[in-house]
Design a binder for this molecule. Structure first.
Ligand code: CA
Length: 174
């Protein structure tokens, strides 16, 4: 086989060629790493949003199963004397309720995870979130309907690391 003399003289890469190759490799590596990192953070965000949706929806169901008015007749917003989440008996008892993030210890050194109504902590996938409930009075007088409807706009916000992932709103009519 004939070898062209110019090629025959070449052995390996010149310093410039090696430098160019190394630079291209570095740029490609950085681009691939960035794409991988973006993909990872995208799927983490998707997972967290799904968990946050579950936490918002289950809490909304828990609130909406209750009657609007307190059976004892109290009308102040928020829990009535002696009431805790497991014994809340009307919608507004949940006003200003908050739970999570689960890595905060109280004065007794106990963690405060997000739990179901019975106090059982949800699995790890659902921890690390902060779930807050706010309620605002609303009223409307639909045209042609001779009465005013009053209720509470229930807003459940679920956030993680200070970023709100899900905001779920429903109106509980009186
Ligand atoms: Ca109550």
């Amino acid at each position: 086989m004939r070898i062209h003399p110019r090629h025959a003289r070449r052995r390996g890469f010149t310093a410039i060629e090696a430098l160019v190759a190394a630079t291209i490799l570095a740029i490609l590596t950085a681009a691939v790493s960035a794409a991988l990192a973006a993909g990872r953070s995208q799927s983490k965000l998707a997972r967290d949003t799904l968990s946050a949706s579950f936490l918002a929806q289950t809490m909304m169901d828990e609130i909406m199963r209750l009657p609007f008015n307190d059976p004892q007749g109290t009308t102040t917003m928020g829990p009535d004397p002696g009431e805790v989440r497991a014994t809340f008996d009307n919608v507004d008892d949940y006003s200003s309720y908050t739970d999570g993030p689960g890595n905060v210890k109280d004065s007794n050194g106990l963690l405060h995870p997000i739990t179901d109504i019975a106090g059982n902590a949800y699995p790890d996938t659902y921890q690390g979130f902060v779930r807050t409930i706010t309620m605002t009075a609303v009223s409307t007088t639909p045209t042609g309907w001779n009465r005013t409807l009053t209720g509470l706009l229930v807003t459940i916000s679920v956030s993680k690391d200070g970023v709100e992932l899900v905001r779920l709103q429903r109106i509980a009519w009186e």
